[in-house]
Design a binder for this molecule. Sequence first.
Ligand SMILES: NC(=O)c1ccc[n+]([C@@H]2O[C@H](COP(=O)([O-])OP(=O)(O)OC[C@H]3O[C@@H](n4cnc5c(N)ncnc54)[C@H](O)[C@@H]3O)[C@@H](O)[C@H]2O)c1
Ligand SMILES: [Zn+2]
Length: 356
Amino acid sequence: MTLPITLPVTHPTGIYNVIVGANLIANVREMANIQGALALVTDSNVGLLYASQIDGADCIITVPAGEKYKTLPTVASIYDQLLVNGFDRKGTIVALGGGVIGDMAGFAAASYMRGLDFVQCPTSLLAMVDASVGGKTGVDLPQGKNLVGAFKQPTAVLVDITTLRTLPPAELVSGMAEIVKHGLMTNPDLLMRLESSQWSMDSTPWSDWQALVADAIRVKRDVVQEDPFEHGRRALLNLGHTFGHAIEQVSGYTVRHGEGVAMGLVAAANLSASLEYCDPALQTRIESILTHLNLPTRVPAHLPPDALYAAMGSDKKKAAGKLRFILMRGVGDLFIVNDVEKTAVLRTLERVRMNG
Ligand SMILES: NC(=O)c1ccc[n+]([C@@H]2O[C@H](COP(=O)([O-])OP(=O)(O)OC[C@H]3O[C@@H](n4cnc5c(N)ncnc54)[C@H](O)[C@@H]3O)[C@@H](O)[C@H]2O)c1
Ligand SMILES: [Zn+2]
């Protein structure tokens, strides 16, 4: 197994390391230099697989798996268990799981007794390359996703790529969509690597996975370092997400986040080309990469454009009441448009519909 790759991340109040390697989580206390009491927060799937491997956890808090539990009542149950176990501000919360656990445990760490230290151990590909870096934490409300949250920087992020072995294949594929997004943002080489090999847990060497994950994290790291509170460039990380979130929501969350993002990337390219910002060939290229990775490219026919458009209005990624989209001039050349006409969006939704 190759040596860990360390990526330092600077933020407004300090610096932390993202360490990408193999077999890291068992030694989380030592690797993340945790001195006081350690509360491990995990979900029912990941806890069963990995909680017993963690050395030196003073308490293990297991919450039910799934986005539908990324709620304030679940956070309240985490506070309860921290109190029962006598945690104060000298303790550390370690999040072990996918993006749901990272977001929720991070929010608990930001708010319990006005904040205690927080370490991320992401175990899904999506959480590794996206959710665990950048300090955004939060929960969903019945009215929508991620409507309550806080910026809470971790003190360390341990990305143990060997945990991907147990990740359900559909979740692995879903995480690849965010890597495509990161490639489109700033790194054409990532895109070339994605399309030139077969990515599988069985046949791809660990060193290739490690390099892919580390390079995808670098894209996110560079953007969040430059714009930690999303006043500008960080919004580019939402490429494909205005469409993607609407698709997820209207499908009743039967479409996974990464699948929605994949369709959203195609739609963003289609919209960009229809407004003459980019060559239509960009959409074709994106579709071919996504297809190669077993990701969907077309919006299911049973999700009507009108309903999707309405759902976009409830997404919080809008500025001053107008729909905001991240559009592309080409790979590595993204920009924000705040006032795209409804008709243009509806036309794109028709064009990227299955059998459309
Ligand atoms: N904070 C951010 O900047 C940010 C960025 C992107 C996404 N997110 C959030 O991340 C969440 C999605 O994350 P996700 O896709 O990781 O979802 P998730 O946390 O629900 O994980 C997906 C599924 O995989 C399981 N799982 C995770 N790791 C596993 C492993 N190694 N082995 C076996 N099973 C495993 C989980 O139990 C779950 O069932 C969303 O809530 C989204 O809003 C946050
Ligand atoms: Zn995403």
